[in-house]
Ligand binder design. Structure first.
Ligand code: NIG
Ligand code: FE
Length: 386
């Protein structure tokens, strides 16, 4: 088959030989802008969509890898001044220029493994000024050529800042941060880390309800370390995506499914933390729809969706087609393209975001946990060789 692209859109998909008959020779016309790429039978899949990243932050928490192996848990490290709070200190001290630079490098890295769009959360500022700065840098990055497009999420409720109480900070979130974010129209969604030890169910509900009342879409981090009722709240509120969800009970998964809540699995987290894999067999037997994303953050520094697919297929027994669906069609449901066009699918009218594999078999995307399975990516209609 052949795909005709005009500007940033797929305009038609036809038999290659018909297209060659129609266009052969036209490429060499003096005034032609036509370019023909012969892929030699290589498989083509949609551009990949990373529906959960913490893209922008500064600092380095590498010692936490050692501390965990020495017996500390994620929560112990956080209580001792590490974890999110240590990234917050470094991020607050970082200039917009340097956040832009790290963001640009990370987006290029994501593109090199086929990502054409990322959902990106703030959440390492935890004060109005820095949260707005993070979202503002994302907006600037969103206007840059040759990097994935960005779907910005405000996550002021990522942690309670040092020196504040949860109740006091939740008041600040709803009375100060949220109105400022809404006024600047700088984020599409709001996210909350709803987990025992971070934001409880009542506070999460308050923040998310206020955000919804002000026109924002909702996402959540739920049941990562414990079943703290986050999945149940996600179902009650009918949020767009409830992510992590390793400890969510099966009956709550069924309610989430029935309420149209997508589950976002982030296999890089259990991979890095040494936690249990989700029981995908059981989850899939209940037809629970899911996305797969990197959760790129200081503690989980991969931007490779092919790696996530490999973990799901080769460690959790997921069918490769389900893994592919999770990072394309399903991910597009929770993270729309900024143009409003369809993405995550190869069809007429969709954004021309494509990945060209190195072999004729699309399944090879799951067999490259390192490096890139792609020889090239088409990003918003631009052909970029890797
Ligand atoms: O999704 N769980 C909460 N937030 C991030 C990790 C944050 C951090 O450790 O810096 C996550 O895994
Ligand atoms: Fe996350």
């Amino acid at each position: 088959m052949g795909i005709i692209i005009e500007g940033n859109q797929i305009v038609s998909i036809q038999d290659s030989s018909d297209l060659l008959d129609e266009y052969s020779g036209a490429e060499s016309d003096a005034d032609s802008t036509l370019k023909i790429h012969d892929l030699g039978g290589a498989a083509v899949i949609p551009g990949l969509i990373d529906a959960h990243t913490h893209l922008l932050w500064a600092g380095d928490r590498s010692p936490e890898v050692r501390l965990r192996r020495e017996g500390m848990t994620y929560a112990d490290i956080a209580r001792n001044g590490g974890g999110i709070q240590s990234t917050v200190r470094a991020t607050r001290a970082s200039s917009n220029e340097s956040l832009f630079q790290v963001g640009y490098v990370r987006l290029r890295e994501a593109l090199s493994t086929g990502t054409t769009h990322v959902e990106a959360k703030s959440g390492y500022g935890l004060d109005t000024e820095t949260e707005l700065r993070l979202l503002d840098v994302m907006k600037t990055l969103g206007g840059v050529a040759h990097v994935p497009t960005i779907d910005p999420t405000w996550m002021g409720a990522h942690d309670v800042p040092v020196g504040a109480t949860m109740v006091g900070y939740v008041d600040e979130l709803v009375s100060e941060q949220l109105p400022a974010v809404v006024e600047q129209n700088i984020a599409r969604s709001a996210d909350v880390f709803c987990e025992p030890g971070w934001f409880d169910v009542e506070s999460s509900e308050r923040i998310l309800t206020e955000a919804r009342n002000q026109g924002m879409s909702l996402r959540m981090h739920v049941d990562e370390f414990k079943d703290g009722g986050g999945g149940a709240l996600a179902a009650d509120l009918g949020v767009e995506s409830a992510d992590h969800a390793y400890c969510t009970p099966l009956e709550v998964r069924r309610t989430m499914r029935d309420r149209g809540v997508m589950t976002g699995f982030l296999p890089g987290t259990p991979y890095g933390m040494g936690d249990q894999w989700p029981n995908m067999n059981e989850i899939q037997s209940e037809n629970v729809p899911f996305t797969l994303a990197t959760d790129f953050n200081p503690n989980c520094q991969t931007l490779s969706l092919p790696f996530m697919m490999s973990l799901m297929v080769q460690r959790c027994g997921v069918h490769p087609l389900d893994a592919l669906r999770a990072v394309t069609v399903n991910a597009a449901k929770t993270s729309p393209h900024p143009t409003g066009l369809v993405h995550g699918q190869i069809k007429e009218g969709a954004v021309a975001n494509l990945n060209i594999l190195q072999t004729e078999h699309w399944e090879s995307v799951c067999l490259r946990p390192t490096g890139s399975p792609f020889s090239a990516t088409v990003l918003n209609g631009q052909f970029i060789a890797h």
